[in-house]
Design a protein around this ligand. Structure first.
Ligand code: SF4
Length: 339
């Protein structure tokens, strides 16, 4: 008897919504050519689709649409209290994509956006113009804000455009943070000492439960290893740590797994940080009722929800002690709220 084949996965970007104003932009034309079979719908403004009322984030997550648009306002946002600027004089996030191909239960985007679809702002050249006045002194830009840019690099080429721009500006430092295994997108690019590729790592059990559609820990580590071998600065981030009943087993084992693959001397830093979120985003996440992460009894201070202090300290002390078996303390960075 013929065995039945598994159902096909949903087609990526079956529909392209394109603002009329960017139809002739070279990035739009390149992306259209890649998705020649997708249905194209012309729109006046991305908000007509992205901000439509009564959308279901959960339903759209299984069949995301791509919206190509022009960003009219600021591409750059000042670094926030939730993240580490690594001591650079100026720290910005660049927001050139809204939405993410991945679907993490704990992602604040669910609380931020009315839609699970992806908006790609094709006019990245305007981000570079906005950044130029700051480039007289050391400036860090995290290019993967509100998305995972490497996950869609093959489509957008935005990381490559950032890298080309950084070559020309000696004070510009980039952090490209990802869960993707897509290092091959940068394989033909010369590594820059001012660029750090940062991989977010989680135990496979946490990936299975909370980080839907993301690559396995094995694939992420292999990608990080390839990047190191090619000469890139690599940072590894166990952040956010999700505190589950198996925390004591899962996360120390993760650190063992990491350093069974990666030479500790070859990485810039290991970053540790427990789950945290603005109270507003957490409220919106709760409304979606998708995950137990949203319903943990967090402690809230200054509008930031974190694990209660004793748990947060326990998480960081446990992981710091384990990581210290492989790395000196100065190469382990921790995020902890200021009390
Ligand atoms: S990879 Fe990051 S941006 Fe994408 S869904 Fe997960 S947490 Fe959100």
């Amino acid at each position: 008897m013929k065995s039945s084949s598994p159902p096909s996965p949903p087609k990526l970007f079956s529909h392209l919504y394109i603002e009329r104003g960017v139809l002739e932009h070279p990035q739009t034309q390149r992306i259209r050519a890649k998705f020649a079979d997708s249905q194209v719908i012309l729109i006046d403004h991305y908000k007509e689709v992205f901000n439509r009322p009564a959308q279901s984030f959960a339903a759209q997550s299984g069949s995301k649409k791509l919206i190509l648009a022009r960003k009219e306002g600021k591409f750059l946002h000042e670094g926030s209290q939730y993240s580490d600027g690594f001591g650079t004089e100026q720290f910005f996030y660049a927001s050139s994509v809204m939405g993410c191909l991945y679907d993490c239960d704990y992602c604040y985007l669910q609380g931020l956006y009315p839609s699970a679809n992806t908006v790609l702002f094709v006019n990245l050249e305007d981000a570079f113009e906005q950044l130029r006045p700051y480039l007289g002194k050391d400036t860090l830009v995290a290019t993967s804000y509100d998305t995972d840019t490497m996950a869609i690099e093959s489509l957008t080429h935005q990381t490559l455009r950032w890298l080309e721009f950084a070559v020309e500006h000696e004070h510009l430092h980039l952090e490209i943070r990802t869960k993707s295994a897509n290092f091959k997108a940068l394989k033909n690019t010369t590594p820059s000492p001012r660029v750090t590729l940062a991989w977010t790592l989680s135990p496979q059990e946490i990936i299975n439960t909370y980080e839907h559609a993301t690559p396995s820990i094995e694939k992420r580590l292999n990608a990080a290893e390839e990047a190191i071998a090619a000469g890139w600065n690599v940072r590894l981030c166990i952040d956010p740590v999700i505190y589950t009943e198996n925390f004591d087993i899962l996360y120390p084992k993760l650190i063992e797994t990491i350093f069974a693959t990666i030479d500790p001397n070859a990485i810039e830093h290991l970053t540790l940080g427990s789950f945290r979120m603005s109270q507003n985003h957490l409220r919106a996440l709760k409304k979606l009722r998708r995950s137990d992460v949203a319903f943990y009894p967090y402690s809230v201070s200054d509008e930031m929800a974190t694990y209660p202090e004793a748990i947060e300290t326990y998480i960081l002390e446990t992981l710091m002690a384990k990581a210290h078996q492989y790395l000196p303390k100065e190469r382990i960075r921790t995020w902890q709220r200021q009390l």
